[in-house]
Write a protein that binds this ligand. Structure first.
Ligand code: SF4
Length: 403
């Protein structure tokens, strides 16, 4: 396909595809799917080889959020039967992090529900970051605490945070349909604050919330403009008890096309498969490793993932290798180059998302329409609510974490 040859060439040159090309990837047929994966896989291997970075989520504070993000099981008024607890103590968080690191993770993502941290919260998280860093040499720590106020990013950086996550989630034009208690502009502002403080910015999206192909392309192009170092791609976990509980819009094939599109638009950026991996990609997860170079190990914030051991086996069986702490994730040109990467050469990656953080993002219009029909047909398979398991182990419980 000319389209794919063009996109590979552009990806290797770090050139931005056109919106039409990105839409065309989402509109490809199932007959072309393996060709799409192979093409985006070339770009992935060019910049990241066969390495897979493992990240580990620690939910510092779960549920009870005053915000109303529709996708989030921790939102105001959520009836999802999730764990609810207030701030973990630094040693509890450090213990949870240690389990993930022992399982092969190189980054710990410290996440707390809420609109944003108070200065006292920043103190608590700073103590937690220090405790984790003291006990685990070479670990990368990413904080995900919601909207940041002036000076908070700098304080987190001083405490040793490497990265800050705040997802854009969806397009600017549909953001107000998803959340009313804060704005898209608030989110952009926090990503920019993190960037400006020398934190590696991590910002991504949630697919499957009823958005159009155009919305997906819009948010990915906006992310390219913000230039985060890592882009988590969440696939909505439609939790019972949330407004989006009936939004079962994704197929494994659709997820692969979305990941391929993100890879083509953000070729040299850490693309991470985030919440919803097991629920929506299902047995197609190994193919997705040809597109993304990063995943979460074990469980998510409020839902359970597959066993950490199964993650590791999948990576090995698919011919990939877990990235060690001795490797820098990003290509050399991004490290220390003002892309949110910082002096230490460490690079970073999640508040929101389909079960991950915070909480869980032309000329081809006719083709895009055809693709949409195809997906609709397959939704007849029915919702896979059997695959959604609320987290009952790890942080905030007496049971061992999954790592
Ligand atoms: S995504 Fe974050 S801010 Fe939004 S409801 Fe969930 S915990 Fe609260």
């Amino acid at each position: 396909m000319d389209l794919l040859n063009t996109l590979v060439d552009k990806g290797l040159r770090r050139e931005t595809p056109t919106r039409g090309e990105a839409l065309a990837v989402l509109a490809t047929s199932d007959d072309d799917l393996l060709d799409v994966v192979a093409a985006a896989g070339k770009v992935r291997r060019h910049w990241f080889g066969r390495r897979v970075k493992l990240n580990y989520l620690v939910n510092l504070k779960s549920g009870l959020c005053p915000e109303d993000c529709s996708y989030c099981s921790q939102r105001l008024g959520s009836r999802a039967d999730i764990l609810k607890y207030t701030w973990l103590k630094p040693d509890q968080a450090s213990q949870a992090a240690a389990a993930g690191l022992a399982g092969g993770a190189k980054r710990v993502c410290l996440v707390a529900s809420g609109r944003g941290p108070t200065d006292r919260d920043v103190d608590r998280v700073s103590d937690t970051i220090k405790a984790i860093k003291e006990q685990n040499e070479g670990v990368e720590v990413c904080a995900c605490l919601g909207l940041l106020s002036e000076g908070q990013a700098e304080r987190l950086r001083e405490a040793g945070a490497d990265a800050y996550n705040h997802n854009l989630n969806t397009s600017e034009s549909t953001y107000g349909d998803i959340t009313t208690t804060h704005t898209y502009a608030d989110r952009v502002d926090t990503v920019q604050k993190a960037h400006a403080a020398g934190l590696s910015a991590c910002s991504g999206l949630i697919a499957g919330m009823g958005e159009s192909d155009e919305d997906l392309v819009d948010v990915v192009f906006s992310l390219r403009e913000l230039d985060p170092d890592s882009v988590p791609v969440n696939f909505l976990i439609p939790f019972e008890g949330t407004p989006l509980a009936k939004e079962w819009n994704l197929t494994p094939q659709r997820c692969l096309r979305i990941l391929a599109m993100v890879r083509f638009v953000c070729p040299d950026v850490e693309v991470r498969i985030a919440g919803g991996r097991e629920v929506h990609l299902r047995t197609m997860q190994p193919l997705a490793l040809h597109l993304a170079n990063s995943v979460f190990l074990g469980d998510y914030l409020t839902s359970e993932g597959q066993a950490g051991k199964a993650d590791l086996e999948m990576i090995a069986d698919a011919g990939f290798e877990v990235e060690g702490t001795d490797r820098v994730t990003l290509p050399e040109h991004r490290v220390g180059g003002g892309c949110g990467a910082h002096e230490g050469g460490t690079v970073c990656g999640s508040h929101d998302g389909g079960g991950v953080c915070g909480s869980a993002s032309a000329d081809t219009d006719a083709e895009a329409g055809a693709g949409a029909v195809d997906e609709t047909v397959r939704q007849a398979d029915g919702p896979r609510t059997d695959l959604v398991a609320v987290r009952r182990r790890g942080a905030g419980t007496d049971l061992a974490p999954n790592a």
